[in-house]
Design a protein around this ligand. Sequence first.
Ligand code: FCB
Length: 455
Amino acid sequence: MSFAKDFMWGAAASAYQVEGAWSEDGRGPSIWDICCQEGGHVYENHTGDVACDHYHRFREDVELMKEIGLNAYRFSISWSRLLPEGTGNVNEAGVRFYNDLINALLDNGIEPYVTLFHWDLPYALYQRGGWMNPEIVEWFGAYTKLVAERFSDRVTHFFTLNEPQCFIGLGFLSGTHAPWLCSPLRDTFAMAHNALKAHGRAVQMLRTYGKRPLEIGYAPTCSAACPEKETPEDIEAARRMMFSLPEDLRNWTWNVAWWSDPVLLGRYPEEGLERFAPYLPKITDEDMRQIAEPVDVYAQNIYNGKCVRMGADGKPELVKRYIGFPRTANGWPITPESLYWGPKFLYERYRKPFYITENGLSCHDTVSLDGRVHDPNRIDFLARYLSQLKRAAGEVDLRGYFQWSLMDNFEWEKGYSERFGLIFLDYRTQKRILKDSASWYREVIRSNGETLREA
Ligand code: FCB
């Protein structure tokens, strides 16, 4: 199998994780600024106040992207940099920053892929109820309109929400991300419904105010269900598990169907409507029409998967990992086949051109005596995963792949303790060093994946 000729090889990052300049030039705070600064939540009380200082160093970063040979860069816009209060007054300095970034990318032949929301909710909107307030649908719509008006003359590719599972599940249910809350279930379902409506509203706004035909998508996440053996029974078991809902209600956000069926099929999964009934908000036909506003592409952030087989009782069951199962530095299982089965099952169900919007790993990277950063584990991981994606290319309309991340950055509650980048960051000096994996990736990109083995 081969990748399509115009396949997009990219890398991704997000505003709060790299930009820094948290209060500069009129930017308003997001929930991440306020909660990190308060202390007590993040590893060693790290904050994104400075992060990778990308706000000031983006030109150098674009040079490095060019050196890696990236076709595309996926970044998110900080809502409160454009609209410090979340609504109303526009911060022109913020608009200028993204204009400069977009122009620098285009000048260097790198296609910008913009994510509208990567978790950094403006604090001013949080104070007005945030995702609980149904008005957020229009707040997000107005912000999207501004983005379309200012940037869509040059940006063609937009994703609405990044991983709603996380900003609702981790932010408001398990209390591990900003704003570190453990809310009643009822509230989390209401917030999720509002978030999906906001997604739909954003799609409408991009279509209406886009300066030319745009490619619009959505970027949730999943742990892909993979069959233990490639038998029809295990494959069917994995397919069923891929779209089933978790038993444990406090874990309800970890699933594919609740977040994607409404967007792509226009309905919530029946199983969930029954099981979650006591906690659900009022859901109208009009809501569902808005949520299902047609998108052009579908994407998922896939880092790993679970192993599934058909049980003797005819029900799918999880296969326990063997002792010593390979894991990344932050403990995530290494499961290359998730980049085959994930895209395959998702494409079977949703039939949309597909992107992997994030994939990668944290390693214990250090600068060696020779001054370079050798990261053989990352190269091995990416080689394994990408060869599985290459297998999927035969069955799925695959449009692109974004490695997470362009550079080491602020890894949410883990602060700077995890390094996911192709580029190493020395946070004392802001010096950037291309890791070995960046040079390896350059060859993959140059050959359009021909250097990869097929799984
Ligand atoms: C994803 C997030 C991204 C990054 C990676 C490691 O869940 O979207 O910002 O933190 O995980």
